[in-house]
Design a protein around this ligand. Structure first.
Ligand SMILES: [Ca+2]
Length: 257
């Protein structure tokens, strides 16, 4: 069985060259002093936030060595999406997702270059330490933007556009029937592909709906559509309030146990 994105498609070499072109171009755009963080982003996260960020790192990418996401680790998302959507490499949706993953990976690599130690700029991987700095700065930028999606980091060196693309990618991956909202069956199927047991994901889905209903004046209008999904994803990334629904979006992270 194939183990990475380039093995999953007869056109894998196209997407791979797309990544390489994007990464080289991106590297040339990184300022010369960008190899060292001026203020460690990880210090800008609470313990609660950091646990969620670590959980996302492990759950979505399952890095082979535990602390470094390689391109192959990231591209396992394509295999996961294929499992959820029952796609073969010949499906048009597969090809679309392949290109989107390539673009998002290039964006993440560009963003985390800012946090790499001197001498590691050519390493096309994301280490857990870089990941934590990245999300710490994101949390700070979100706070400065009034708890909304920020366009870039406080110092302007990290562009967060790829995160919006990633959120859209995740929603489309989960919305199997394409009706614009996530039902319980879709949510459970998606989380199962990331190794979350059905009883846990069912519990999380019901908690999310319960909290969303609590906050709605008309519960019948409550659904997990894409704008709501965006809001929940943002809460997962930035919230310090354990009562918010977004904390449960990716399943029962260790902070709830
Ligand atoms: Ca749906």
């Amino acid at each position: 069985m194939a183990t990475n994105g380039s093995d999953l498609s007869p056109n894998g070499e196209i997407a791979e060259s797309y990544i390489r072109r994007g990464s080289l171009k991106d590297m040339l755009m990184v300022p010369r002093d960008a190899s060292r963080p001026k203020s460690p982003g990880v210090a800008k996260m609470s313990t609660f936030q950091k646990k969620k960020i670590d959980y996302m790192f492990d759950t979505l990418y399952g890095p082979t060595d535990g602390d470094t996401v390689s391109r192959e680790d990231f591209w396992k998302l394509l295999k996961t999406a294929s499992t959820i959507r029952d796609w073969t490499p010949m499906n048009p949706g597969f090809r679309e997702f392949q290109l989107r993953i390539a673009s998002i990976w290039a964006g993440l690599i560009k963003g985390t270059l800012v946090y790499k130690a001197e001498g590691n700029l050519l390493v096309m991987e994301i280490k857990r330490e870089e990941w934590n700095h990245y999300w710490g700065d994101f949390a700070e930028a979100a706070h400065l933007a009034g708890q909304t999606w920020p366009e870039c980091s406080k110092d302007g060196r990290v562009d967060y556009q790829c995160l919006k693309d990633f959120t859209d990618f995740m929603f489309n991956m989960m919305d199997v029937n394409g009706d614009g909202s996530l039902d319980k069956k879709e949510y459970i199927k998606c989380l199962a592909a990331f190794g979350i047991p059905e009883n846990d994901s069912e519990d999380c889905y019901e908690r999310i709906l319960l909290i969303l209903n609590r906050d709605k004046t008309d519960p019948s209008q409550c659904q997990l559509d894409e704008p709501t999904f965006d809001k929940l994803w943002f809460e997962f990334l930035t919230s310090n309030d354990e009562r918010e629904a977004g904390n449960y979006l990716l399943g029962p992270s260790p902070v709830y146990s």
